[in-house]
Write a protein that binds this ligand. Structure first.
Ligand SMILES: [Mg+2]
Length: 225
């Protein structure tokens, strides 16, 4: 099959595939307590979806790159300890993963999270077999809204960017999809971003959840016949 006939869906993870927001919030609070620094809900909302080095640099300034890397690892240790208590796929996700697989779509994860988190999430939710590529924090130099994470995922699947559709919950992620020449669906279920801001970032469709979204919807957005 030629590349032009291949199509793919690239999934953001946090807030799109699963809701891990509260787990991340609690992990940042624990890290901030170690540093005797504040960490508020507003800090969380302002930084959610960004890569750890950027968040730590903004909120806990004055550390060397090595210290920043260590603090990021400690935060992820706290996060994975929280997550072991349970994570579920968000509404409609499993049905769509199944439908897309049956329809011959390639699927990937495109996330700002480290690979250990992605391994844990795909293991707990039993979703690993759906994905032909998993792109995480270690695979990119620039975080969303730079399109790098999605372009790397497309390249690894061998699918041209214009045949890719991105699932996202965040404005920075929709901007990344748009910058990469990809279509996108924004999901407001977790609700960090307004419908207007997601549309302005280039989302082709904004939905409250993926319940009721079918392969036909995605075929139409990608002009796949
Ligand atoms: Mg997200």
């Amino acid at each position: 099959m030629s590349e032009q006939n291949l199509y793919a869906v690239i999934w953001d993870v946090d807030g799109t595939l699963v809701d891990t927001g509260e787990l991340h919030f609690q992990a940042w609070v624990q890290l901030a307590q170690d540093l005797k620094m504040p960490f508020t809900r507003d800090d969380f909302t302002a930084t959610f979806g960004r890569r750890n080095p950027e968040i730590i640099g903004a909120l806990f300034p004055g550390h060397t790159p090595e210290e920043i890397a260590q603090l990021g690892e400690q935060k992820e240790l706290y996060y994975r300890a929280e997550a072991r208590h349970g994570i579920d796929l968000l509404p409609g996700v499993r049905e769509l993963l199944d439908g897309l697989k049956a329809a011959g779509y390639k699927q990937a994860l495109g996330s700002s999270a480290p690979h250990k988190n992605l391994e844990m999430i795909t293991e707990i939710t039993e979703s690993l077999p759906y994905f032909q590529a998993i792109v995480g924090m270690e695979d990119t130099k620039r975080g969303k809204p730079d399109p790098e994470v999605f372009l790397v995922a497309a390249q690894r699947m061998g699918v041209p960017p214009q045949n890719c559709l991105v699932m996202e919950d965040a404005v920075a992620g929709i901007e990344a999809a748009t910058a990469g020449g990809m279509k996108s669906i924004a999901i407001t279920f977790v609700g960090h971003h307004s419908e207007d801001s997601l549309r302005a970032a280039g989302a082709n469709l904004v939905v409250p959840s993926l319940e009721g979204i079918t392969v036909e919807t995605i075929n139409r957005l990608l002009s796949r016949s």
